[in-house]
Design a binder for this molecule. Structure first.
Ligand SMILES: [Mg+2]
Length: 396
């Protein structure tokens, strides 16, 4: 494409006049290269240097050829191609990919009331936004924005995080299809307030605004603060206040960040869900959580409830219980993710929150490859896991 006297010409040198195409070009030009998904390989780029995800081409051939390899077989393959096979990055990859998988799986059933739909057993797309199979929604876009900010700022920078959320909302940055098509009311109100005031702590503090919109994007925090449970918990809570400032939302993020942190460190499911998880004795007595969370976690009624007794609406306390229920009552990622999203209601977000925890717990090597393969832009989650691990190593 060429331009002449500010007129954009097509490949035949004729001016482009279609308003739709001109608007698309204008929108695209607003986004700098660092805010676009990088290519998987160097093939279409003309560059000689391989990209950091070049190896995925080989790895995906292996995963396609060897149906459901064991964890050990998969680890061996990583060693063979000389790619980081450590358990920490395996769990980082799992948590990030798990979010996208749960989101893409659940979008089909978003807003469906329980009892009004047939259960799904695969990623099929559709749903309220008519997505293609494997496309994901706001949950994963915001999670990716948070991961991107942690990496580019070398740590936690609240203003940079909310700036990226605004770019996603206004310009479609890090959206799966280049548009922000599904922003929630609580998030939109907070971002509008930020644009007016410049205060990154723009999340509503009204108790009626305790939605799950900050919990759904959380997982880059316990990854980035892999070396410190206390930092994972406190920054997990702080990451909420850009959009969700109310106590239940903040405390749900504190609790869940600690829980995912434990999963990333290979703690058993029994220990993770035996009361409120902490590796530091007395931590939660010194830094208490609100009672709506401690009630759910300590009473642990989710361990025996039936699906019909679990709600999966946008209320963060319900989302949390639904995720603990799906994680406890199943023994692999696939069964748990299906249980979570088949609750309906806020299915994509329940799926995304489940995927953070279960992806961290089970690890990338045993995630269902049929779903990894389907997730759009799957390479960006492998890339962010790598970049976040570099951040963790720097902080040692
Ligand atoms: Mg969503």
């Amino acid at each position: 494409m060429m331009t002449k006297d500010n007129i954009i010409l097509n490949n035949d040198g004729e001016p482009i006049t279609s308003p739709r195409i001109l608007a698309m070009i204008e929108a695209r030009n607003k986004i700098s290269d660092d805010l676009r998904f990088p290519p998987v390989t160097n093939k279409m780029t003309g560059l000689r240097e391989p990209t950091p995800t070049q190896w995925l081409e080989k790895y995906f051939v292996f995963r396609t050829a060897v149906q459901e390899p064991t964890d050990e077989e998969c680890k061996d393959y990583y060693q063979r191609i000389n790619i980081d096979d450590a358990d920490d990055i395996n769990r980082f990859r799992g948590a990030l990919l798990g979010t996208a998988i749960g989101d893409a799986l659940g979008t089909t059933l978003e807003f469906k009331a329980p009892g009004t739909f047939d259960h799904i057993n695969d990623i099929i797309g559709g749903g309220p936004f008519s997505l293609k199979a494997g496309e994901w929604t706001d949950d994963t876009s915001m999670m990716y924005c948070l991961a991107h900010s942690l990496v580019r700022k070398n740590g936690f920078d609240l203003k940079d995080q909310i700036d990226l959320y605004c770019r996603w909302w206004k310009d479609g940055v890090f959206s799966v299809n280049g548009k922000c098509f599904d922003i929630g009311n609580t998030v939109q109100d907070a971002l509008s307030r930020y644009i007016r005031s410049g205060n990154p702590k723009s999340g509503d503090i009204d108790p009626m605004s305790a939605g799950n919109g900050s919990l759904m994007r959380l997982t880059p925090i316990p990854i980035a603060f892999y070396n410190s449970f206390e930092d994972a918990v406190s920054y997990g809570g702080l990451s909420s206040v850009t959009t969700h400032g109310t106590l239940e939302a903040v405390d749900a993020c504190r609790y869940f960040s600690g829980l995912v942190w434990g999963a990333l460190h290979g703690v058993s499911k029994e220990e993770l869900l035996n009361g409120i998880y902490t590796p530091i004795k007395g931590y939660w007595e010194d830094n208490p959580l609100c009672t709506s969370i401690t009630d759910i976690v300590n009473r642990a009624e989710y361990k025996t409830k039936k699906a019909s007794e679990i709600r999966a609406s946008g209320y963060v306390i319900y989302s949390l219980e639904a995720v603990l229920w799906a994680f406890w009552q199943t023994s692999d990622f696939e069964q748990g993710a299906l249980a979570a999203v088949n609750l309906g209601e806020d299915a994509d977000t329940t799926g995304a929150i489940f995927g953070q925890l279960a992806g961290a717990y089970y690890g990338e090597r045993v995630l269902p490859f049929k779903w990894v393969k389907k997730v759009k832009q799957n390479h960006i989650f492998y890339l962010k896991a790598q970049e976040l691990k570099e951040l963790v190593l720097q902080s040692n």
